[in-house]
Design a binder for this molecule. Structure first.
Ligand code: NAD
Length: 329
């Protein structure tokens, strides 16, 4: 069994660190939050006083942090040059591709093997050890990381060179965000045309419109398997996190000059739902309530100032693609 440093014990990291400890590893955990550290201690981890203390004698380091800037801070101040150079470094946070590549290169230059290994699956999958890891790094780094990641997940896939895990994650989530919006507006239209949602689900699930956002995660309550829609859009994958991933995807698209009009529309819609209309904490499928005009924005949210190209009011229609304004964008 290995000595593992685990940094970032939030919603996701808390369950992941506990699974490593449950598997018999010696987990030295650190988080800025005292509450998160108490929970980790109750779940079999040893608490470290700092990130540097956690990594000091580690054979493996796992980080699960909010964003690129936290990852950069932690690796540059407390991991690279502090952990033994024989340690395998695994960043499981969802961050921008550029920072992931930079940190892996800095680690490589200092003699470490490091992978980016973001996850698909939410808090329940982190607790249950059923995450899917998308891993970027050399063959050698992947081979060293895989045994640790497989304790926390049901699938560990080598996506390619450094940064490829992040690239796969944001491409997947851009597709998911766009397909969820398309599923929502389709069900709203079907209902307005007089179709029963269950009947339409039965038809489209067996027809060419079939997609995961509909068949496995239907945004309409009572239709298809049980989903957050059946719990008033509580739990699941928060709209704020979908928006974070869509922003990362747009940033990455810009960096390689890729044209992603559907991703851009999805980002605008989630910006409106999460940032302006107070839907950030709801499951991302809750955006259907904005599309069908039944969303009641909580007090304090700011529905004013829609993003460019979007009209306020009935059904929040965007300008049609044929509008000359769009062609100039
Ligand atoms: P979270 O905010 O619950 O947890 C992050 C933790 O990092 C917090 O406990 C915070 O105190 C800690 N932290 C921040 N800076 C730190 C530092 N310098 N040193 C030590 N600890 C520090 O976030 P989360 O939901 O657990 O998500 C973590 C990552 O996983 C994010 O990148 C997120 O995008 C990704 N992700 C989340 C989900 C989800 O459903 N929550 C799903 C897939 C991927």
């Amino acid at each position: 069994m290995a000595r593992i440093a685990f940094i970032g014990l939030g919603n996701m990291g808390g369950g992941m660190a506990a699974n490593l400890a449950k598997a018999g590893h010696d987990v030295r955990a650190f988080d800025l939050s005292a509450e998160a550290l108490d929970r980790a201690k109750e779940r079999g981890c040893l608490v470290a006083g700092s990130a540097a203390e956690a990594v000091a004698e580690a054979e493996a380091v796992v980080t699960m942090l909010p964003a690129g800037k936290h990852v950069r801070d932690v690796y540059e101040s407390s991991v690279i040059g502090t952990a033994p150079s024989s340690a395998i470094l695994m960043d499981c946070s969802t961050i921008d591709v550029a920072t992931a590549r930079e940190e892996i290169e800095k680690a490589r230059a200092a003699g470490y093997l490091m992978v980016d290994a973001p996850v698909s699956g939410g808090i329940a999958a982190a607790e249950g050890g059923t995450l899917t890891f998308m891993v970027g790094g050399t063959d050698e780094a992947f081979a060293r990381a895989e045994p640790f990641l497989s304790v926390m997940g049901k699938a560990v896939i080598h996506a390619g060179s450094p940064g490829s895990g992040q690239a796969a994650k944001i491409c997947n989530n851009m597709l998911l965000g766009a397909s969820m919006v398309a599923t929502c507006e389709t069900f709203v239209l079907a209902q307005k045309l007089g179709l029963d949602p269950q009947t339409f689900f039965d038809i489209a699930s067996k027809a060419s419109g079939q997609c995961w956002s509909m068949t496995s995660y239907c945004p309409v309550p009572g239709v298809g398997p049980e989903t957050p829609a059946d719990r008033n859009y509580e739990g699941g994958f928060a709209a704020a996190l979908m928006l974070k991933d869509l922003r990362l995807a747009m940033e990455a698209a810009q960096s390689v000059d890729a044209y992603t009009p559907m991703g851009a529309h999805a980002e605008e819609l989630y910006t409106r739902f999460a940032d302006r209309l107070g839907g950030a904490g709801k499951d991302f499928s809750g955006i259907i309530k904005m599309i069908d005009d039944s969303w009641k924005a909580p007090e304090g949210s700011n529905p004013a100032a829609p993003p460019p190209g979007m009209k306020i009011g009935y059904s929040n229609q965007m300008d049609t693609p044929g509008d000359p304004g769009d062609l100039d964008d």
